[in-house]
Design a binder for this molecule. Structure first.
Ligand SMILES: Nc1ncnc2c1ncn2[C@@H]1O[C@H](COP(=O)(O)OP(=O)(O)OP(=O)(O)O)[C@@H](O)[C@H]1O
Length: 756
């Protein structure tokens, strides 16, 4: 298992980890970033910088619990910096706490520092070329994985962690389990490394240990102090202090000696390692620790203490010398090997050739040097570094913020264009949806629409369901001076009561559960245009009151907000209920009723406009033909007759559906009675003679009307010289209607022209 885990669901791709990673060990996936462990050096930078805490240390708690539950004795080794973390308890109380957990012995890792001190001193004494200290596992990984040319310069000695593990297993027996506890994450990598595997069985951070104490209900401050076990360290305890290693190893260095270089912290270490690798410096001895402030600044450090406080706590511990119990087994010096070798673990990433980088830069709109902003938003220091990372598969093109912003702006432009096109298309489609029917009732309605359309008056459209109320509202808007502004239609019954108010008037963030941001309402969306509230009879009394306020004051107040916003919206409302009944029965506010009923249009039911049935039927046949792309030329007379007798409870919408269904069913090029629902054939058969009487009048009238209509059309066409648009204008009817009439009578504009 890898020591750092990505909680992919938490990652928001802010690229903080990319930015903070010193060795390009982060790969950007579609929805998260992932660590490339072959490149990772375990510095832990990505843990501290992730604002979402999507990168977390893979805890060794379960491992440790397993060690404690096992048969073998478990020994805890506390990292040299422990006094600056567990400062709230005495060292002896920490020992007692660990024993309560089940550890048989508790040692200080400072002993390990002293175990390797001799080998360090010897290596330094004997070596002639540059030596690099190897006690920081992150530095070792950095060199092994990224600067393998320096592998031979690493001092061939294990870290004090591994030294402690090997030593304890030698003294207490190989079956002994060793759990190392420190602020260092790189130790978790080191534990698994080939050359050092087996020395330590689990590596915990101080935080993980604190968590275990908590889960077991152990309060260190309540524990009776117990002594440490093993060899009591002395100078090894200063190891964690800045510049502490040489002091702890007993290696004397002269601060004026330019042949000795010590560095702490990522930037300094990276700089020196690069210089060493390039051969631009060649000191005799280089001591490196990747964390700032040495091991006191490790990723598992106590963040609520300053480095000075942490340092003082450590010095205090060094001076205080906690109680020790040293068993005689620790007095002898067992033969343990503290030597180690290092490997070249370099894994090369592909390097771009020729124009590859240029191509990637161009793909993110960088054509000249000036376009390379080096803004670092992607996490890389320069646009070129980023382009190389894209080539290497570590980054993707979507990471460039300036490019994304530009792209968004362009997309916005394109969307606006598309929106305009779609709007025009929609308008054209609805322009087509003219009100069909030449019966007197329909003509009256059309007249009313033409009169009220251009005024700012509120209109109430009444009528049974499916009589064309929305169609009338659209026509009113089209005839109004607002027809270049939006028509927003709202069906008050399709949205739940609780949501309708916020849909209409908007809401403020936090107004109710789920209101995660401010939202504009439909009244605001219709500003300057028209809002059509269908089924107005169904709104709650609370909403009626709010609507009245909007109509009276011309302003909307979002749910959960106090400030009102002015809106200029014309209201068209529709209902199939009797609002008068509502007022009488108390479910509809009287004041709102009067406010709405300024101008009312009543859409007649289809049964009251029987004369228009054939015309409507042919109109819907045309629509079905286009929709289904089926060649259907007409409707059989028996079917038309049946439609004339049918009561049409669902009105025009029902007819539209009946015709479309019939058009689907027919196998011929005409719609037959049999293609209509059964009720039509039944009513046709039942009414028999009676209907025939009614039809005989119609039958009588129809040929005359047809003749007159045909003559009229021919005259307009001839006056217009065969130009259909002009003829329609002269006839004062829409061009499409004129075309339909031409179709109906089998006429052609061209033919007329030809006759002249
Ligand atoms: N006179 C008409 N000419 C052409 N099509 C019509 C006519 N009247 C209604 N329609 C069509 O019938 C269908 C129903 O019309 P609309 O939705 O306007 O009715 P409505 O009264 O608002 O219905 P509801 O009360 O259920 O909301 C629509 O597809 C509409 O285009």
């Amino acid at each position: 298992m890898y020591p750092i885990v990505t909680r992919t669901e938490r990652c928001r791709k802010c690229y903080s980890c990319v930015r903070s990673c010193p060795v390009k060990a982060i790969k950007v996936e579609k929805s998260y970033t992932e660590i490339i462990f072959e490149r990772c050096i375990g510095c832990g930078n990505c843990l501290g910088t992730c604002p979402q805490q999507a990168k977390v240390i893979a805890d060794n708690v379960a491992n440790t619990e397993a060690v404690l539950a096992g048969e073998a004795p478990a020994v805890a080794v506390l990292g040299c910096s422990f006094p600056s973390f567990f400062h709230y308890a005495a060292p002896g109380q920490l020992v007692a706490g660990l024993k309560k957990l089940g550890f048989t012995q508790v040692h200080e890792a400072a002993t390990g520092v002293e175990l390797i001190a001799g080998e360090y001193a010897q290596a330094i004494r004997e070596n002639k070329s540059t030596l690099i200290t190897s006690h920081c596992p992150a530095v070792v990984d950095l060199i092994e994985r990224h600067y393998p040319q320096l592998v031979d310069n690493l001092i061939g000695v294990v870290t004090h962690m591994v030294a402690m593990g090997r030593y304890l297993k030698q003294v207490l027996g190989a079956e002994t389990k060793v759990v190392y506890i420190s602020s260092c994450i790189a130790g978790k990598f080191e534990m698994q490394a080939e050359e050092t595997r087996g020395a330590v069985d689990a590596v915990l951070t101080y935080k993980e240990l604190e968590g275990i104490f908590k889960s077991r209900g152990i309060d260190l401050t309540e524990c009776e102090p117990l002594p440490f076990e093993g060899r009591e360290p002395h100078l090894g305890r200063v190891f964690s202090l800045p510049q502490g290693p040489f002091r702890a190893f007993g290696v004397e260095v002269d601060p004026l000696d330019t042949e000795v270089v010590t560095a702490e912290g990522e930037v300094n270490v990276m700089g020196i390692v690069k210089d060493l690798a390039a051969g631009s410096i060649s000191p005799k001895l280089v001591d490196l620790r990747f964390c700032y402030d040495g091991c006191l600044g490790g990723p598992g450090k106590k963040t609520d203490l300053t480095v000075i406080s942490r340092r003082n706590l450590l010095i205090q511990h060094f001076k205080n010398k906690p109680p020790y119990h040293t068993d005689p087994v620790y007095r002898s010096a067992p033969v343990v090997s503290y030597g180690r070798s290092f490997s070249n673990r370099f894994s090369k990433l592909p390097s771009p050739k020729g124009g590859e980088v240029k191509k990637i830069l161009q793909a993110t709109n960088k054509f000249t040097h000036k376009d390379e902003l080096n803004c670092r938003a992607c996490g890389y220091r320069t646009c070129r570094e980023y382009a190389v990372a894209v080539y290497q598969g570590l980054a993707d093109l979507e990471m460039c913020l300036p490019h994304n912003l530009q792209q968004l702006e362009e997309d916005r432009g394109r969307l606006i264009q598309k929106y305009e096109l779609a709007k025009r298309e929609l308008e054209r489609e609805y322009a087509d949806e003219f009100i069909v029917g030449s019966d007197t009732k329909t003509l009256e309605v059309l007249d009313q629409i033409k009169q009220v359309g251009p005024t700012p008056t509120t209109v109430l459209v009444r009528g049974e369901s499916g009589t064309g109320k929305e169609l009338a509202a659209r026509a009113i808007h089209r005839y109004s001076k607002r027809n270049d502004k939006p028509l927003v239609t709202v069906n008050c019954t399709t949205i739940t009561d609780s949501l309708l108010e916020s849909e209409l008037f908007g809401h403020k963030k936090g107004a109710f559960t789920g209101a995660i941001a401010d939202k504009k309402g439909l009244f605001e969306a219709a500003d300057g245009g028209t809002i059509f509230l269908d089924e107005i009879g169904d709104i709650t009394p609370k909403l009626q009151a709010e609507l009245l306020r909007v109509l009276d004051q011309g302003e909307v107040r979002p749910v959960g907000g106090t400030a009102a916003k002015r809106v200029d919206v014309r209201l068209i409302a529709a209902t199939n209920k009797s609002l008068e009944d509502g007022v009488r029965e108390g479910w509809f506010r009287e004041d709102l009723y009067y406010r709405l009923n300024v101008f009312s249009i009543t859409m007649p039911p289809l049964r009251a406009r029987v004369e228009s049935v054939p015309e409507l039927a042919h109109h819907f046949l045309g629509k079905a033909r286009n929709k289904l792309n089926k060649h259907i030329i007409g409707i059989e007379e028996r079917a038309v007759n049946a439609m004339l007798r049918y009561p049409w409870p669902g009105n025009i919408r029902e007819m539209q559906n009946v015709i479309e269904r019939a058009a689907v069913l027919t196998h011929d090029d005409i719609i037959k009675l049999g293609n209509l629902p059964l009720a039509f054939a039944e009513s046709y058969a039942e009414e028999g003679e009676n209907v025939f009487d009614l039809r005989s009048f119609k039958k009588e009238r129809e040929p005359h009307v047809m003749r007159v209509e045909k003559k009229l059309i021919q005259r307009y066409l001839s006056d217009a010289g065969g130009n259909v648009s002009k003829a329609a204008q002269l006839a004062n009817i829409p061009r499409r209607t004129f075309y339909r009439l031409l179709d109906k009578h089998g006429l052609k504009g061209r033919a007329i022209r030809g006759q002249e």
